[in-house]
Design a binder for this molecule. Structure first.
Ligand code: SF4
Length: 115
């Protein structure tokens, strides 16, 4: 009887060890996935369609990326020499593009997205 209890205890401890080992391995796998997330997602950028991104200036106001605080020009990219990076959106934007995240770069207190 005592032998059976000891064996039962040992089996419990082996089972617990297996569960804990499995849980640790699962957590390690999650950590690898999180660390491997593309930089854009890590910085909290959004998809272009979420901000109604378009490749033309706003028709009513003439607003476009170069007057937006989120715009950083660059000489190469999807739009060639007119390309730029956006602090808000994933992917290249352009000097004649626009989206609803436009923020006047000259407005007092204007703050770049995700900073
Ligand atoms: S937030 Fe919109 S308007 Fe501003 S740079 Fe990004 S895409 Fe252009």
């Amino acid at each position: 009887m005592i032998d059976q209890m000891i064996n039962h205890k040992q089996n419990d401890s082996v089972s617990r060890r297996k569960v804990l080992t499995g849980a640790a391995q699962a957590l390690a796998a999650i950590a690898v996935v999180v660390v491997g997330v593309p930089t854009a997602f890590a910085k909290g950028k959004s998809a272009k369609e979420d901000f109604f991104f378009q490749e033309t200036p706003d028709e009513e106001t003439g607003r476009k990326c170069p007057t937006c605080i989120n715009f950083t020009p660059k000489s190469t990219g999807d739009y060639g020499a007119d390309s730029g990076d956006c602090a808000l959106l994933i992917g290249d934007v352009c000097t004649h593009c626009y989206c609803q995240g436009w923020t006047d770069k000259n407005a007092p207190g204007a703050k770049k997205a995700n900073t």
